[in-house]
Structures are given as structure tokens and as C-alpha cells.
Design a protein around this ligand. Structure first.
Ligand SMILES: [Zn+2]
Ligand SMILES: [Zn+2]
Length: 301
């Protein structure tokens, strides 16, 4: 399988000469296997490039099949949605999968961002055959030949990580999460204090263990490394993580390839490249490759 990075930033898209090597578009990654539907993780502004590439294949003839797997619906993960060219070719089949909220249907959530105050036309303007599926954290399901599982992440409003198993290979897409250590984010916000409800503390432990279990034996872990350790200490409630936590997860799970992803919008190329080299020297090794997700690049598994 081939994993391609189309957008690798978090929060908002950026353009600057100092980020020209890593890229400034927001979250979007695709996974492709010959003869199987294309999986697309998140639809940030990087989705435009992804759609363009797909139009050169069967999507250009209206015979493509894709499935979106959304971590959550914050702006940096959906902003490219309406700019996905395969949507405008009749015959293409696109399934949209995201976490089901308790009070709204999934389609309503996406329709909300294109109401007339925000966009020129609604979802009715899309010509492809769209289907919607809400999933719950912990749910497993199949899409074509792929086995897909999910786990709850530590993020305001809750985000989902996805694991794709195909043949003997597996890929984990895990972004927009804080470590499960001293806080619980989701519907509310709880920090670990001397008087914290023991139920909350137990949830932090349980969810943390589930995430560790989730990555066991994966071939590639793509992970939210938005923060440096110093930045994380200043803003732990933002729901983002660090390379240190991701590398710890990869090591405990025996994962041989770890890629930094969902970069801070103000992290320059030299910061990200220097940091990645430093982590590779200090914490990587022959059993763990520490890489940097760059727009336009692919990893073969
Ligand atoms: Zn994000
Ligand atoms: Zn988010």
C-alpha cells in the first residue's frame, strides 16, 4: 500500500518561503492499493491536490471509488472538502465516514459548513454518488478489502484515529490528540488534580491503554506532533501532542516507522528537519525510523 501526504499542517494553512519544503496545506493523507478504493484521511486544504491526482486516474472518467475517514470536523480537517474535483464528475462513488455525534446526522455537519453564509452552493451541487456513515469510537468495519478500526483520541470534541489493515500491512492515522497523561478532553475538560473524580482518572488510564493497544504491530504510525515539549506544557488543553509521546507509543507498540505530522503552522522547514534528525539520532535506531511527513511525498508499505 502507498500512503501519500497531501497536507501536513495543523490549525490553518500557511504559505511562506521558509516552509516550501515541508508544505503549508492542512491535513489530508491518502492510502492507495491497486484495484481497491482510495482511502482519504481528512479533507483539509491538501485535499485539493489529492483530488487533482485522482482525476488523472479512473475518477476522471467517473469510475472512481473513494472513502473519506475523518478524524473529526474541525476546520483544518474539512476545509478542502468542496474543492475535491472527483465530487464534480457523475459516476464517482464516495463514502464519507466520521464520528457520529449524538445530536446531529453526519450529513448535517458537512452541510452546515456550506450554508449560503459560508459557501456559494450546498452539498446538492456535488455530482458524485455520496454516502454517509457515522461511526463510534472503538468501532471496526470493512471498506472494500480493508479492515478498519478506530480509537478515541484526547481532543476537544473527541477525534478518532484509524487503523487500516490490508494483507500483512497496517497503517495508523492518529492526529489531533493530547497524550492521555494529566488530562481528559472530549465533551468537557478535566485535569489531573488531587481532588479529581476517580472516574475521570480511570477513564484517562483506560483510554491511554486503548491507544497503546491500538498501535501494536503497525507498520507505520503517522502522529500529531504539533507541539514541542515546551509548547505542550504551555497549552496542554489544545488537544495536541509531541514527538516524544508519539515515539514512546511507537516503541511500546513495536512500530518500525514513525512519521511526524500535523505540524505547527509556525514550524519552519529548518525547525522540523532539524528536530526530526535530532530525534532520529537520540531515540530512533535500526528498529525505528523517525520521519517527517512532507506534502507530495509517499511512503510505501
Ligand atoms: Zn487539526
Ligand atoms: Zn482539532
Amino acid at each position: 500500500m502507498r500512503v501519500t501526504f497531501h497536507g501536513v499542517r495543523g490549525s490553518f494553512p500557511v504559505s511562506h518561503p521558509k516552509i516550501s519544503k515541508v508544505g503549508g496545506n492542512t491535513s489530508c493523507v491518502s492510502l492507495s492499493v491497486e484495484g481497491a478504493p482510495t482511502l482519504i484521511f481528512d479533507g483539509g486544504t491538501g485535499l485539493r491536490h489529492c483530488g487533482r491526482q485522482l482525476m488523472n486516474k479512473e475518477f476522471g472518467d467517473g469510475a472512481g471509488e473513494a472513502c473519506f475517514l475523518f478524524s473529526h470536523t474541525h476546520w483544518d480537517h474539512i476545509q478542502g472538502f468542496m474543492y475535491f474535483e472527483p465530487f464534480y464528475r457523475e459516476g464517482n462513488k464516495v463514502q464519507v465516514i466520521a464520528r457520529a455525534s449524538h445530536d446531529k446526522r453526519l450529513q448535517q455537519v458537512f452541510a452546515g459548513q456550506v450554508e449560503s453564509d459560508y459557501f456559494s452552493y450546498g452539498l446538492g451541487g456535488l455530482k458524485a454518488d455520496l454516502s454517509w456513515r457515522g461511526v463510534q469510537e472503538g468501532e471496526s468495519f470493512e471498506v472494500g478489502p480493508y479492515k478498519i478500526s478506530t480509537v478515541r483520541l484526547n481532543h476537544p470534541g473527541i477525534a478518532l484515529a484509524y487503523r487500516v489493515d490490508y494483507g500483512d500491512k497496517s497503517f495508523v492515522y492518529m492526529t489531533d490528540t493530547a497524550p492521555y497523561d494529566d488530562q481528559l478532553l472530549g465533551e468537557g475538560f478535566h485535569t489531573r488534580q488531587p481532588d479529581t473524580d476517580p472516574k475521570i482518572l480511570a477513564q484517562i488510564e483506560t483510554y491511554g491503554a486503548e491507544v497503546e493497544q491500538f498501535v501494536q504491530g503497525a507498520d507505520l504510525l503517522l502522529y500529531d506532533t504539533f507541539f514541542t515539549l515546551e509548547q505542550y506544557k504551555a497549552n496542554p488543553h489544545w488537544g495536541h501532542s509531541t514527538p516524544d509521546e508519539g515515539i514512546r507509543l511507537a516503541r511500546q507498540g513495536g512500530v518500525p516507522r514513525f512519521y511526524n505530522y500535523h505540524h505547527h503552522p509556525e514550524a519552519w522547514d529548518e525547525d522540523l528537519e532539524g528536530r526530526t534528525r535530532e530525534y532520529q539520532t537520540r531515540l530512533g535506531g535500526s528498529d525505528l525510523e523517525i520521519g517527517l511527513a512532507r506534502e507530495g511525498e509517499s511512503v510505501e508499505l
